[in-house]
Design a protein around this ligand. Structure first.
Ligand SMILES: *Cc1c(COP(=O)(O)O)cnc(C)c1O
Length: 383
C-alpha cells in the first residue's frame, strides 16, 4: 500500500465509524462565550473552570513579563531557558503543595510522557486505572515496563494486580478527577494499597488542581494524601497552559538528568511563567471562584436529574450526559448548538465503545442564567 492509499484508507475508516474529527475555528472567546461561523454561543466545552483565561491580573502579568523578559525563553532550561520567573514559580508551587520540589513542563502531555519514559524500565510494572488520560496510557504502552490496567476506581481490582509477584518496581497511576467522567478517585485507599505493596503512586490532578481543596490545592490535598509523583497542569483551572511535577528533591534531580522532554525542548516562555504566578495567586485566594463553580454544578445537577439522558455521578465541573451511540450524540449536539449552546460529543476511541456522551464543562465564568438556558434546552430536546 502506498503512503497515499494508507492515509486515505484510514480517513475513510474514521468516516465510516462516525468518529471523524474536525476542528472548528473559534473566532473569539471570552471564557464564557465563543464565536463560531459568526454565531455566538455559550461555551460548555472549555476547561477554563475558574474563568482565569481572561482574568485581568493574569493578562497584566503576562504583559509585564513579556516587557521584562521578551516572549521566548530562547532554549532548553538546561542551556539558557531557565529564568527567574521559572525558578520563582517552581518554588511557589512547591511551597503551595508542600513538596520539596516542583519542575515545570511545557504541557501535561509532555510531563506524563517524560515521567513514565525516564522512571520505568524493563521488569517494572505500571498499574493504571483504565480510564487514565491518553498521555499516561500511551506513555505506559510505549515504555519498557509492563502495563496492566485496573477497573475504573476499583481498589479491589488494583489489589489483585498488586498481589501478583513483580521483580522490578511498581508504579500505580490514577487521576484525581477523571477527565471524561468527572468522578474522583478513592485516593487514600489507592495510596495505602500502593505503600503496602512497596510501590509509588502517580496522581495526575489536571482537573482537580485549582478547583478542589483548601486554597485550590486539589484532590490530593482534599483527600489528605501526598503521592510520590503529583502532576498538575495549567491548561484547565489555571487558564493558561503548561504543567508541573511535584516530587522529592532526588526525583527532581533525576528528572533533570534523564527526562528528555526537559533536556531537548525549549522551556516555556518566561512571560507565561509570570502569568502562571498571577494565576496561582488568584487560585490561592479563589474561594469566591470555587464557590461560584460549585453553585453552577449544583444548579445543573438539580435541573438535569430528571432527564432521560443519564447524568453521571460527578460532583466536579465535568458533567457527562450519557447518550450511547455516536449518531444520537452528534444529533443532540447539533440541536443544542441551534439554541446557542456549544457542547462537544465525546466518542470512541476517546471513550469506550457505546459510551458516547455529551461532555458538559461548567465554569465560574458562567452566569446562573447560562445554566438555566442549558437545562431548558436539554429538557425541550428530551421530550
Ligand atoms: C488535559 C490533561 C492532560 C494534558 O495536559 P496538557 O497540558 O493539555 O497537555 C493530562 N492529563 C489529564 C488528566 C488531562 O486532563
Amino acid at each position: 500500500m502506498s503512503w497515499q492509499q494508507k492515509i486515505e484508507q484510514s480517513l475513510q475508516q474514521r468516516h465510516a465509524a462516525v468518529t471523524y474529527r474536525t476542528r472548528q475555528l473559534n473566532q473569539g472567546s471570552t471564557g464564557r462565550c465563543l464565536r463560531i461561523d459568526n454565531q455566538s454561543y455559550i461555551n460548555f466545552s472549555s476547561n477554563d473552570y475558574l474563568g482565569l483565561s481572561h482574568d485581568k491580573s493574569v493578562i497584566a502579568a503576562w504583559r509585564k513579563g513579556s516587557r521584562c523578559y521578551g516572549v521566548g525563553s530562547g532554549g532548553s532550561g538546561h542551556i539558557t531557558g531557565y529564568m527567574q520567573p521559572h525558578a520563582e514559580l517552581e518554588q511557589q508551587l512547591a511551597d503551595w503543595l508542600a513538596y520539596p520540589r516542583a519542575l515545570l513542563f511545557i504541557s501535561g502531555y509532555a510531563a506524563n510522557q517524560a515521567l513514565l519514559a525516564s522512571l520505568t524500565a524493563a521488569g517494572d510494572r505500571i498499574l493504571a486505572d483504565r480510564l487514565s488520560h491518553a498521555s499516561l496510557l500511551e506513555a505506559a504502552v510505549n515504555s519498557a515496563a509492563q502495563l496492566r490496567r485496573f477497573h475504573h476506581n476499583q481498589p479491589d481490582a488494583l489489589q489483585r494486580l498488586l498481589d501478583k509477584p513483580c521483580d522490578g518496581q511498581t508504579l500505580v497511576i490514577t487521576e484525581g478527577i477523571f477527565s471524561m467522567d468527572g468522578d474522583s478517585a478513592p485516593l487514600s485507599q489507592l495510596q495505602a494499597q500502593t505503600i503496602a505493596a512497596g510501590g509509588w503512586l502517580l496522581v495526575d490532578d489536571a482537573h482537580g488542581i485549582g478547583t478542589r481543596g483548601e486554597q485550590g490545592r486539589g484532590s490530593c490535598w482534599q483527600q489528605k494524601i501526598k503521592p510520590e509523583l503529583l502532576v498538575i497542569t495549567f491548561g484547565k483551572a489555571f487558564g493558561l497552559s503548561g504543567a508541573a511535577v511535584l516530587c522529592q528533591h532526588e526525583v527532581a534531580e533525576y528528572l533533570l538528568q534523564f527526562a528528555r522532554h526537559l533536556i531537548y525542548s525549549t522551556a516555556m516562555p518566561p512571560a507565561q511563567a509570570c502569568a502562571l504566578q498571577a494565576a496561582l495567586i488568584r487560585i490561592q485566594q479563589g474561594d469566591d471562584l470555587r464557590d461560584r463553580l460549585q453553585q453552577r454544578i449544583k444548579q445543573f445537577r438539580h435541573g438535569a436529574a430528571n432527564l432521560s439522558l443519564g447524568l453521571g455521578r460527578s460532583d466536579s465541573a465535568i458533567q457527562p450526559l450519557w447518550v450511547g451511540d455516536n449518531q444520537s450524540a452528534l444529533e443532540l449536539v447539533h440541536n443544542l448548538r441551534k439554541r446557542g449552546l456549544w457542547l462537544t460529543a465525546i466518542r470512541p476511541p476517546t471513550v469506550p465503545l457505546n459510551t458516547a456522551r455529551l461532555r458538559i464543562t461548567l465554569s465560574a465564568a458562567h452566569q446562573a442564567s447560562d445554566i438555566d438556558d442549558l437545562l431548558e434546552a436539554l429538557n425541550a430536546i428530551d421530550r
